[in-house]
Design a protein. Sequence first.
Length: 460
Amino acid sequence: MNPLEVRSPYDQSLIETLEMSPASVVDSLFENAARAAKTPLKKHQRIAILEKVANQTSQSIQEIALTIAREGGKPLTDAIVEAQRGAQGIRNAIETLNGQAGQEIPMGHTPSSENRLAFTTREPIGTVVAVSAFNHPFNLIVHQVIPAVAVGCPVIVKPAPTTPLSCLKLVEMLHAAGLPKEWCQVALLDNQGAEALVTDPRVAFFSFIGSAKVGWFLRSKLAPGARCALEHGGVAPVVVGPDVDLGAIVPPLVKGGYYHAGQVCVSVQRIFVHNDIKAAFAQAFAAAVEKLRVGDPTLEETEVGPLILPRETDRVAEWVEEAIEGEAEVLCGARKISDSCYAPTVLLEPDKKARVSTQEVFGPVTCIYGYDEVDQAIAQANSLPVSFQASVFTRNIDQALYAAKRLDAAAVMVNDHTAFRVDWMPFAGHKTSGLGTGGIPHTMRDMTEEKLIVLKSDSL
């Protein structure tokens, strides 16, 4: 196998070289997981391990953040927040585990149910296989691995090949905290090996974060009985009413659109603005975007870092050029700064059929469209087969609720950007954007199965 070279997305400098695993390792990974499951860890043991990892993560925020910035290109200030969220997510898993229980099922309401006591328990579903993405290389692993460990499922994790170091750091901390190695294994596999891993009949639960094309393909190949959760992307819409305070809404929309250079599945991408304020909004928004500092993600002053690979910079440039040829107006950006960095870009009224209007850009590009009636904006926002998070900005509570009810979205943020998230809330894509519900407590529930126990006794 060729070695895996982990390179900085900013300047392509070599960070570390890792040994890839051949597809033949898949069988031993599952054998190890099966061996682990035969000696379950008691709940208090799992809690003790997770408490140690949460504490270690909190003590290593700067180290973890620098790894995130170096291998993933996320600006250091945002990488620090990601590392902090990781620690909070581990603690959230402990809190959820402390309260996780089955339920009593009422009996005795009919003659046939007399003299019975019924209740449910929650048991680990089995071996979890997690395939992760590059854009939150530490916190996504927390969301996929920690719930499995918490509920007592052996887990095999395949990190994104561009950002494996953050994953390895978390797994290393789990092992150092006392988790036996067979309970959490890292699989550095190529695409062929990853498909063999995911489609193995010993998979009980498959967790995937990445592109819709890959996620739905892998789901179609799952063995019968395997459960799954898929988290893909969106083309996040924002509806801006005519009554807003531009000074208040521009900063969160800039953050939501250009955080991690737009490489977030719920990044602000399509902004529908009432025509009464479109010109003023476009001017204020573009002026703020143009001031964003682009550069080395390991520097504290950097606000927008590189795209994950040079080919992604080329792709974004191609999509923007297509929109310009379709008579979109460039308000700022629309140029490559380097092989890895693309200038934060704002486009006004791109064609509704352009790729920047219909597909997830996953880059530092947002588009502004005018509307006269809110139903026009909602119809355009809902015109795509994706459905993830959306936003509406207005001071009118009736208009906010009207739009929130009619937008096709798993979540609608009122007076906040589309990329808002805390790690305990439900986080889900609908339509082609995903399957199942993320968020630490929700994933922990998905990784367990409910078992009903009915006790019959004449003494009841």
